[in-house]
Ligand binder design. Structure first.
Ligand SMILES: *Cc1c(COP(=O)(O)O)cnc(C)c1O
Length: 398
């Protein structure tokens, strides 16, 4: 009888994750504490989510304050917290208009709909195809797995939503040939995240912008992972001074509270009129109260400068680890506090060894370890992470 209960218990979650056998009960800054009281150094931030670390006092205060007042009304009414956050995002970025969602995939869905709807609204009703790139990740909905395009995302979930092509970034010179009268947009991550921290350089992004301008199509950046300070710029594309038409955000935006956003220029946003799109939860007062505090902290020039400096330091130190452990490590990639450590063998061993050293990292792409610490990480904590990483490396077999 007991066995039956246990079996029932372990089976009650959908089996879509290979979960590590740890349960965390508390967090503080870059540290997570498990049931047994063991402290783990978290340089994954729940995959680039806890941008201000765990249990940030200002975020807790914002959440508590709002929680005693009002949680949810509806987008049928004005939501002042939403307007405040939108104003902040608009002031800081290329955008004029914002739509709030609850996740990255929803932000991308909004971006896709907005691009298509823009052309529909100017009478170009068949201009609806979107150019995407292999190795990309845009989410797990039926639409966004089609945009991602990989077999891993799509297998068994057909029919595949049409309207997305999957091009190779290396074949940029011939990309223009694949643009047709029906192409409405190019969608790309400025740094491929899930794909293994593969940065697009300024030249590539500028070239894409030129192609878009020449062919009068839209440029959409998926900044769900790169956005909100992660790379040391509020949005990653700002470094290259390439102006997009639409940008999707989520992950770090709420500092751990679920919220996403789709940002757009006035021109492109015009097609989205009352009744064309919506969300029950999107931009609810709680999420917006917390995200406003997260964003206000992150957009400060000195905060972003600090992220760039810490990122450079981390990257430099990782590079010397690559030199020291050439059998295990190949290279370091990335920008700011979005770093990837390319391993020569299977990275799962290293991730597991790191976990034994109480260091949390996350896998990405082929044999890459992603390092996405809270943006508030301190230099001495970076040093502790490097020590743990080196210990883990020294335990790997040749
Ligand atoms: C995580 C991620 C998404 C999907 O976000 P969800 O919140 O999981 O839906 C989309 N695009 C990129 C670049 C991401 O990193």
């Amino acid at each position: 009888m007991k066995r039956l209960t246990n079996r029932k218990k372990s089976n009650s979650l959908l089996n879509t994750y290979n979960r590590a056998p740890i349960s965390f009960v508390q967090g503080k800054g870059v540290w997570l504490i498990d049931k047994k009281g063991e402290r783990y150094l978290d340089i994954a931030s729940g995959i680039a989510v806890n941008s201000l670390g765990h249990a940030h006092p200002q975020l807790i205060k914002a959440l508590n304050n709002q929680a005693t007042k009002l949680w949810h009304t509806s987008n049928l009414y004005n939501i002042p917290n939403q307007e405040k956050l939108a104003k902040l995002l608009v002031r800081q970025t290329f955008a004029d208009k914002v739509f709030f969602t609850n996740s990255g995939a929803e932000s991308i869905e909004c971006a896709i709909k907005m691009a298509r709807r823009y052309f529909f609204s100017i009478g170009e009703k068949t201009k609806n195809k979107i150019i995407t790139f292999s190795g990309s990740f845009h989410g797990r909905t039926i639409g966004t797995i089609a945009a991602g395009g990989s077999k891993k995302l799509l297998e068994g979930f057909g029919p595949k939503a049409s309207g997305f092509s999957s091009e190779k970034i290396e074949e940029l010179e011939t990309l223009e040939k694949r643009i047709t009268k029906r192409t409405c947009a190019i969608l790309i991550e400025p740094i491929l995240g899930e794909g293994g921290i593969i940065p697009m350089n300024g030249k590539i992004l500028k070239e894409l912008k030129t192609i878009c301008r020449k062919n009068e199509i839209l440029l959409i950046f998926d900044e769900v992972q790169t956005g909100v300070g992660r790379t040391g710029y509020f949005l990653a594309h700002e470094k290259f001074k390439v102006k997009p038409d639409i940008v999707a955000l989520a992950k770090g935006l709420g500092g751990g509270f679920p919220i996403g956003a789709c940002l757009a220029t006035e021109k492109v946003a015009k097609g989205m009129t009352p009744g064309t799109h919506g969300s029950t939860y999107g931009g609810n007062p709680l999420a917006c109260a917390v995200a406003t505090v997260a964003v206000s902290n992150i957009l400060k020039p000195e905060f972003l400068e600090d992220v760039r400096q810490k990122g450079n330091y981390f990257k430099m130190e990782l590079k010397s680890l690559v030199k020291k452990y050439p059998h295990h490590l190949e290279e370091v990639r990335g920008e700011g506090l979005m770093l990837g450590l390319k391993c020569s063998s299977k990275n799962l061993n290293l991730i597991e060894e790191c976990r034994k050293e109480k260091l949390l990292v996350v896998a990405g792409g082929e044999n890459t370890i992603r390092i996405l610490p809270p943006l508030t990480i301190k230099i001495n904590e970076i040093n502790q992470a490097l020590n743990k990483l080196e210990k883990a490396l020294s335990k790997l077999e040749l």
